[in-house]
Write a protein that binds this ligand. Sequence first.
Ligand code: HEM
Length: 160
Amino acid sequence: MTLPIAPGMQRRAEITDRIRAETGIDEAMIDQLVRRFYDRVRQDALLGPVFAARIADWEPHLQKMCAFWSSVALMSGRYHGQPMQAHLPLPVDAQHFDRWLALFEATANEICPPQAAAHFIERARRIAESLELGIACGRGVLLAKGQRYRRDDPARAANS
Ligand code: HEM
């Protein structure tokens, strides 16, 4: 007996299959990317302390990030969370996002074939930009298109 599948689920499964076929991305690649990336983050002088102040037990965070990237890259729907809420209180600005992306891109290029790396990197850049915009906005700074959020900008000192 075959169980009925909701049309939305069926469509999502098809999208996941197509991305998987075109890029070679699968859960094992995501797991490797996430673990290698956060190994680097934890050792990084700028980003390491921001994470260390908030994450004591890394395994649940790594699992959550695998679910997140599975949802973002494969449309698997595995992640249910609110990334913006998690980042709003963090003491970060443009330089943190630049470092985050540099480490992420280096790791993706090292671990993934080119099409898969490009797929992850494009999405990471888009999400990083929207988190930076959201963080600036949460501190009363409205960025123009392409403008970056800098906490040490004297013109914004009152807002940082
Ligand atoms: C400035 C760079 C970044 C820093 C310092 C940072 C730091 C953190 C920290 C400390 C947490 C844990 C928050 C908590 O549990 O209290 C977190 C969670 C998370 N981060 Fe980031 N992050 C950065 C950029 C990004 C980017 C660019 C993405 C996505 C492409 C991302 C995706 C996530 C997700 C999905 C979570 C889990 C949120 C949840 O609890 O559901 N982060 N991040």
